[in-house]
Design a protein around this ligand. Structure first.
Ligand code: FES
Length: 596
């Protein structure tokens, strides 16, 4: 019964003997804990703020309520928690009307935004996945926008990367953050929380203080910064680059920064540092989403670490490749890319050369395609589909090479960012980096195949798309690496929707322990599949537009991903905490959760 102002009748004074406690359900999934301490009744939320154990099972002593599960303690009067990584307990006013007990707990308005943001921050610093998941779930269910949550994660990440990480580690973290956000947008509910929590977990870690980077005293012009950064990049002087980039930000030159960073990242001596290019693309996405105000520390620090990183003396093949690209660089920089508009070209000849294990021939074929006016985006599509095709066909009996193959795939796709933010000359040079990556992966024993060769034409035997999709997910979970690729082709040949299948596969990936490993590739598969027309199996018949529409090998985007997910799968789900976090955010205690 309720009497307005949130007051609820919860029983009578004789219901709870001194020293006893009692839980009273006040709404679906929400209960109040009542404690009789020496004849005085206290009321609190019954859900322990740590992990949701019912507090009526705890102990009260000296005015302190201690939870029976992990021993977190709370001031019974005000609710303050005495432990780390646990927020305060809600306590409620109690009124005795005659022999009736009334509690003012009916106001469910969300008031703990700041406290839960603080909790998320604590989780990010400690890396505790439960705290991150719980805080995220509480904030989302309280109506706090995903943008605000990720802004906090990003702020932490900037400091964490600046104080802790080397360039490679920092780049991987940014990739996971962006991948988690972009993949998460395709899902709702628990799946979305999972993707967001993965992003948070990836960004977590210590963030110690460091000296602030100081702006160079004026006057400093942009053209000087541009020259200096290129020189410091050649000389592997990342600290100097960071100060230059910071100065550029402070002086309002942000719009030039990514073009410069991409041009540095695709320099010949960075052949083999393919993650630089992909990570810079991710940084550009971060700035697009959150603006320079939030992202400048991260961009200046990580951008400097990547473009100023140390390099060992290259081995023979590597040295040859660097020399070849150095010789080509002036032509690539002065080429008029306005004329590169062709989408029809001899793709087989390029693929043949890329797989020839002859780096000179490989680079020559890329140069020929550029000189012949083939559109950069069309060439990127060739590289993306070639990588997908190799993932779809790599033998799995020994070492399938998933790490290097997914690097090939993700690097190729990231060239679209290089093109968008760094311009066509940088993207053109990026194509040679992708060609080098294929050459460098020559130890993976995948037979050559033309991308226009038709795939098998069989259809699935299952009656409808949902059943066919279930079968594929079952094959992933039962690690049927030898059957699952054909099933995907059969599904798509039957005209079923590839985007629906991708979503189901994505869900299976998100909930396995391999999710961190697969997340960047899952994101690229989503983006490229949608860019190639998405939807039902056939696509249009334009014969391979810049985004791969109607391309005979576009199904391999899904086949490659599914085979990768199946072969590395662990069938372990350590993220059951996400389910608990969702229910926790609804106010339920763990006993109710586990009893369901
Ligand atoms: S201390 Fe209460 S649930 Fe952990």
């Amino acid at each position: 019964m309720s009497s307005g102002n949130g007051w609820i009748r919860v029983g009578t004074t004789t219901d709870i003997a001194p020293g006893e406690s009692r839980a009273v359900r006040i709404s679906e999934g929400r209960s109040v804990a009542l404690f009789n301490v020496n004849g005085r009744i206290h009321a609190t939320d019954n859900q322990c703020p740590h992990m949701g154990f019912p507090l009526t099972r705890g102990v009260v002593k000296d005015g302190i309520l201690t939870c029976d599960w992990h021993g977190r303690s709370f001031d019974l009067e005000g609710g303050g928690c005495f432990n780390y990584e646990c927020d305060d307990l809600e306590t409620y006013p109690v009124d005795i009307r005659g022999d009736e007990l009334w509690v003012q707990a009916g106001d469910a308005t969300y008031k703990r935004r700041d406290q839960h943001l603080q909790l998320l921050w604590e989780g990010l610093l400690s890396g505790d996945s439960w705290t991150i998941s719980k805080a995220t779930a509480l904030l989302l269910s309280g109506g706090v926008s995903e943008h605000d949550i990720v802004q906090l994660i990003l702020r932490h990440l900037g400091r964490h990367v600046a104080s802790e990480r080397d360039a490679g580690g920092g780049g991987d973290v940014v990739s996971l953050l962006v991948s988690g956000l972009e993949v998460g947008k395709r899902f709702d509910g628990e799946d979305r929380l999972m993707a967001l929590s993965l992003a948070g977990r990836a960004a977590s870690g210590r963030a110690s203080e460091r000296l602030e980077v100081i702006t160079l005293p004026p006057p400093v012009r942009w053209d000087q910064i541009d020259d200096w950064v290129r020189m410091f990049s050649r000389n592997m002087q990342d600290f100097r680059i960071e100060r230059c980039l910071h100065t550029a930000c402070e002086n309002g030159h942000q719009d030039h920064i990514f073009k410069l960073l991409f041009e540095c990242a695709v320099a010949p001596y960075f052949l083999g540092f393919s993650r630089n290019v992909a990570s810079l693309g991710d940084l550009a996405r971060v700035v697009d989403t959150f603006g320079w105000g939030e992202a400048s520390e991260l961009v200046c620090n990580l951008g400097a670490k990547m473009t100023g990183r140390g390099r060992d003396e290259p081995e023979r093949f590597h040295r040859d490749a660097v020399r070849l690209l150095t010789e080509l660089a002036p032509e690539l920089e002065s080429h008029d890319y306005e004329g590169n508009t062709r989408t029809e070209y001899d793709e087989n000849a390029l693929v043949d050369a890329l797989l020839s294990v002859d780096i000179e021939r490989s680079f020559e074929a890329v140069t020929r395609a550029l000189r012949d006016g083939v559109a950069i985006e069309r060439l990127i599509t060739t590289f993306v589909l070639l990588a997908a095709d190799r993932m779809a066909r790599t033998p799995v009996n020994v070492d399938a090479g998933w790490g290097p193959l997914s690097t090939e795939f993700n690097l190729a796709a990231s060239l679209r960012h290089v093109h968008a933010y760094g311009g066509p000359a940088a993207a053109a040079k990026g194509l040679y980096h992708a060609a080098w990556q294929i050459f460098d992966n020559r130890w993976i024993n995948i037979p050559a195949r033309s991308l226009d060769e038709p795939l098998p034409a069989h259809r699935t035997d299952t009656p409808d798309a949902a059943a066919a999709s279930d079968l594929i997910v079952h094959s992933i979970k039962s690690l049927d690496i030898h059957g699952v690729g054909d099933q995907v082709v059969g599904y798509l040949n039957s005209g079923f929707d590839g985007s629906d299948l991708l979503k189901e596969v994505g869900r299976a990936i998100l909930w396995d322990d391999t999710n961190m490993e697969l997340l960047p590739t899952l994101r690229v598969a989503f983006n490229e599949w949608e860019g190639s027309g998405g939807g039902a199996g056939g696509g249009d018949a334009s014969g391979g537009g810049a985004g791969g529409k109607g391309h005979p090998s576009r199904y391999q985007l899904l086949v490659g991903l599914v085979r990768y997910a199946t072969d590395v799968r662990l069938n372990k789900n350590s993220m059951a905490s996400i389910n608990t976090a969702m229910r926790f955010s609804e106010g339920r205690t763990t006993v109710e959760v586990f009893d369901e």
